[in-house]
Design a binder for this molecule. Structure first.
Ligand code: TYM
Length: 330
């Protein structure tokens, strides 16, 4: 049987960024050739923090359009919106009943996010967020989950819960593997290259849908170091190494070869060429996204078609889970 892949992305920004793309989405696209893929927009995860309904609706459509433009093919993959498949929430309830409170409390993303707004005002949804993520994955019996490094802990929890359920109630879930591709698993912030690129630091974050001039400016203002040699050394030269990683990903040229080409040249050249590489990727992408966004009804059609297929898989898993738990058949 073709191995199954599952992954999701939150619609919490007006654009995906280069970290999302290189850490996860480019692998989503590649895995379509070898796997049976289910991908989704995690709109239920997006409501665990304060949000604006009109913005969420628009960003969900825009996220869907970006995934299509990046190369997710709805004829090859099942591309859904999480809230369209109610089995995600139903399985989440079951998984939350076998998750320890201490286990949920240990998740670093919860600690970070709840610390930002003050722990007392964090929602219970933010605490149970990783359990919903586990349900997303287990519902589809996924073998592999392409994500960036920051999702590793959530994947570990997912595996623990799958093993626990299987142990208590009998073989039910496939235990998934994280598919984290070294090299691009953690794209760093342009202004603080010791932190991961994220939308919370706008000047350090390259958004795929930013105006081209903005992207060029951000890359040209990237923090490097007081040295002047272009070399790949993520520990001592985090900024320069991050630019090399990004440039390599968008040109397809291996890092050692890029480094050779910059011998005797300045950081300014590295920034200029990195910017050119990113722009040549995002310019045609933006045109595609715009064209998908002219027909939101068609996007909604595609969502609906995919969710029919997703529910066929999801309802089977859920029925099996309910049966194993001892629920009387409805
Ligand atoms: P999200 O929406 O924050 O990010 C989507 C994907 O982008 C990756 N990523 C990065 N990779 C490399 N460098 C970075 N700087 C960087 N920033 C983000 C993330 O690792 C992720 O793969 N909880 C998930 C969404 C989710 C999910 C799931 C993922 C919900 N259910 C089930 C997999 C399976 C999240 O918030 O991703």
């Amino acid at each position: 049987m073709t191995p199954r892949v599952l992954s999701g992305i939150q619609p919490t920004s007006d654009s995906f960024h280069v970290g999302n793309h290189l850490g996860a989405l480019q692998n989503w696209v590649a895995m379509q050739e070898t796997h049976d893929c289910v991908y989704f927009i995690a709109d239920m995860h997006a409501i665990t923090v304060e949000q604006d309904p009109k913005t969420l609706r628009n960003r969900t459509l825009l996220s869907y359009a970006q995934l299509l433009a990046l190369g997710i093919d709805p004829n090859k993959s099942t591309l859904i919106v999480q809230s369209h498949v109610p089995e995600h929430a139903q399985l989440m309830w079951v998984m939350s009943s076998i998750t320890g409170l201490g286990e949920a409390n240990r998740m670093t993303q919860f600690k970070d996010k709840s610390a930002k707004g003050g722990a007392a005002t964090a929602s219970v949804g933010l605490l149970t967020y990783p359990i919903l993520q586990a349900a997303d994955i287990l519902l589809y019996q996924a073998n592999a989950v392409p994500v960036g490094e920051d999702q590793r802990q959530h994947l570990e929890l997912t595996r623990d819960l799958a093993i626990r359920f299987n142990g208590r109630f009998g073989e039910t879930f496939t235990v998934p593997e994280a598919h984290i591709v070294k090299g691009t698993a953690k794209i760093q912030d342009l202004q603080d290259p010791t932190a991961k690129m994220s939308k919370s630091s706008p000047s350090g974050c390259i958004n795929l849908l930013d105006p081209l001039k903005t992207t060029e400016k951000k890359i040209k203002s990237a923090v490097t170091d007081s040295d002047s040699v272009v070399a790949f050394d993520p520990v001592n030269k985090a900024g320069v190494s991050n630019l090399l990683t990004i440039m390599s990903a968008y040109t397809g040229t291996a890092i050692p070869e890029l480094v050779k080409g910059f011998e005797g040249r300045m950081y300014g050249d590295l920034k200029k060429e990195t910017a050119a590489a990113v722009l040549s990727f995002v310019e045609p992408l933006q045109a595609k996204v715009d064209s998908y966004m002219t027909d939101p009804a068609e996007l909604e059609n595609l969502m609906r078609k995919s969710s029919t297929r997703a529910r066929e898989i999801a309802s089977k898993t859920l029925a099996d889970v309910h049966d194993k738990l001892g629920f009387v058949h409805p």
